[in-house]
Write a protein that binds this ligand. Sequence first.
Ligand code: ZN
Length: 75
Amino acid sequence: MAIQGQCPKCGHRVLHVNVEQVVGVVDGESKARILSYSCIHCNAVLGAQIDPRSRPRPKRKAEGTGGAQPPQNAT
Ligand SMILES: [Zn+2]
């Protein structure tokens, strides 16, 4: 395996990234927590994704034990 990710801006190997928590905005509304990854050398953003650890803001108490994830009925 010779994967050598390079920053498209500064050309450095991407061995580390700065991880930043940002807010995903849809139609002007804050919708989700996002993690963005940026080059530690030049701070160019290399990518972003929804924070897999985040949960939607709880609007009501979850049933049963606290912190349980809502059931996912989607296929
Ligand atoms: Zn860079």
